[in-house]
Design a protein around this ligand. Structure first.
Ligand code: SF4
Length: 114
């Protein structure tokens, strides 16, 4: 698989199997992967701009969720699904809290502890 934006990282982690069905539609195809992992604010803004016109943004975000589940927060990086690492971490916390409040046993729907 050629490197395609943030998905280049997915390929690096040998995750082609679960993203290959939608990778062909990724707006970041052919864009340098580094753009999605830059520390430059202008580069990050540019990457997010590409994500905003991507037809598979939701699938990409779900892939990031799957990839990052169980990862330490310091391991989470890059722009995926139009969100920065910090935004995805915040999103995960909010979703976990909403799910925890909705479940009397305090566990997420997928059975994982918060
Ligand atoms: S949402 Fe962004 S990172 Fe994800 S596939 Fe689309 S362009 Fe690439």
């Amino acid at each position: 698989m050629a490197e395609v934006g943030a998905l280049g990282a997915a390929a690096h982690w040998k995750l082609e199997e679960w993203c290959s069905d939608w990778v062909e539609q990724a707006a970041c195809r052919g864009v340098e992967t580094e753009l999605f992992y830059s520390s430059s604010r202008s580069q990050v803004t540019k990457a997010i701009g590409i994500c905003e016109r991507c037809l598979v943004q939701t699938k990409c975000l779900k892939a990031a969720d799957k990839l990052e589940r169980g990862m330490g927060l310091k391991m989470i990086s890059g722009v995926w699904g139009g969100l920065t690492a910090d935004e995805r971490i915040l999103r995960r916390r909010v979703l976990n809290e909403v799910l925890r409040r909705g479940n009397p046993d305090g566990r997420c729907v997928n059975g994982e502890p918060n």
